[in-house]
Design a protein. Structure first.
Length: 169
């Protein structure tokens, strides 16, 4: 199964932070929805999923397999909850999916990357700079230096640029 990690980053490389004063931009949301529709699923961390629920993002994803990875919560109505990245991938593979979309947040991304479970990266670079933020922190033994292959790049509009990479294993 192909795994694609999807994230929105700032121009200075941090994860773009969303809040009530700074909601996610429509360019990023539309792109995520398109990738999720194409995959038919997405994997998300519990805190990110709760944020999606609070912003009424759930209607866009009706009928999709949503897998929440959480060590602390065992059940959330309407979604599948698993305890690890490998369990999430096993669940989706058992359901017949060819692609798994890993949507967020930073801890989940770092867990998948650290275990070598990511085949492709999709980074939407937002036209903003943030002084504080979360970063991709990959296992320094496994990924001290790892070249990736640029598959595609495109403009999403309003200054957003998308970079799509393959990770060689």
């Amino acid at each position: 199964m192909k795994t694609i990690l999807w994230a929105t980053l700032t121009g200075n490389g941090n994860y773009a932070q969303s809040s009530s004063n700074n909601p996610p931009k429509k360019e990023a949301l539309g792109d995520f929805a398109a990738h999720a529709q194409a995959a038919g699923n997405f994997i998300v961390g519990r805190r990110t999923f709760e944020g999606m629920q609070a912003s009424n993002g759930g209607g866009t994803f009706a009928g999709m397999d949503i897998v929440v990875v959480s060590a602390s919560v065992k059940e959330i109505p309407g979604v599948t909850v698993v305890g690890s990245p490998r369990e999430a991938l096993s669940y989706l593979q058992d359901r017949g999916y060819q692609t798994a979309l890993i949507s967020g947040g930073a801890d989940l991304h770092n867990a998948f990357l650290g275990q070598g479970l990511v085949d492709e990266l999709i980074f939407n670079v937002a036209p903003v700079l943030e002084g504080k933020g979360l970063n991709l922190l990959i296992d320094t033994e496994k990924y001290q230096y790892k070249e990736v292959e640029l598959l595609n790049f495109k403009s999403l509009g309003s200054g957003f640029i998308q970079l799509h990479y393959a990770i060689g294993h």
